[in-house]
Design a protein around this ligand. Sequence first.
Ligand code: PBG
Length: 335
Amino acid sequence: MTFNFPSTRLRRRRSSVWVRNLTSESILSINDLILPLFVHDRRETTEPIPGLPDIKCYSIDGLVSIAQEAENLGINAIAVFPVVDSKLKSENAEEAYNPNNLICRTIRAVKSKVPNIGIIADVALDPYTTHGHDGILKSNQIDVENDETISVLLKQALILAKAGCNMVAPSDMMDGRIGKIRRTLDDNDLQDVSILSYAVKYCSSFYAPFRQVVGSCASSNSIDKSGYQMDCRNAREAICEINMDINEGADFIMIKPGMPYLDVIKTASNKFNFPIFAYQVSGEYAMIKAATNNGWLDYDKVIYESLIGFKRAGASAIFTYAALDVAKNLMAQRS
Ligand code: PBG
């Protein structure tokens, strides 16, 4: 195929709104958005989060109202993350499988008041460990023990599912946990609870604001998860991770962070006939917010463009802290 100027003029396709709309290759819709929410267990307050401008940490009741607002806007699912009181954290994360812990009470509250919104909950120990790692430490107090961690993750996944969570999302990057979680859920008559596997979770510095919120690196302000999260130099390894998790019974695959890893999203969505989710993580959001709050960039436009990038790459759903803002804008465009 050859296209030659002047018989071909690509600008003809861009000459007006209607023709640009007719030839657009990607679409961002409210259907694509998943809203991450933080919940605390203190008073009935809504607290600002310093590293995430305009994002709040809610009480359970506050979170329920936001879930309702999200549903009213047409957002299909929320992802809930607990900010656990430091007194409840421990070396071996026992609070993670307390059936009455903060996140289970949150899930039950959302289920009873906003029953039709999907609830996704992380399966990982970092909000519950004093050291902030996603698993149980070996006796050297440095490395994370894989198989021992899995046995705790199974208990955690089970109480989340029993509380009414629709999708458990192992984000810990241990080997072999997807198959074991699937079997545990199935053995407990929880076949309808799905697994969103964070199959491709990079060891990223873009998680810093999130870690400050959940307190998983409050003390030293840096934590090294390179022994289990993926090396940012690797893309082929991502294919291997995805393959294994699909074979073990994952229903959805997550790639995270998003913007620096669009190549991986693209490769994965081309290669696998499987829904690929992506996470615009806290640092990506914070970066955009910082620039837009300084008046250097236009928030609505830059967020939209960043999320269209995820869609162009092939993501089917996107976790973004901007989900409410984006949904409002998409709704306004429709009316
Ligand atoms: C923990 C978890 C992290 C995020 C989601 N789940 C942080 C980490 O792995 O240290 C990051 C999300 C974000 O930065 O928005 N398992």
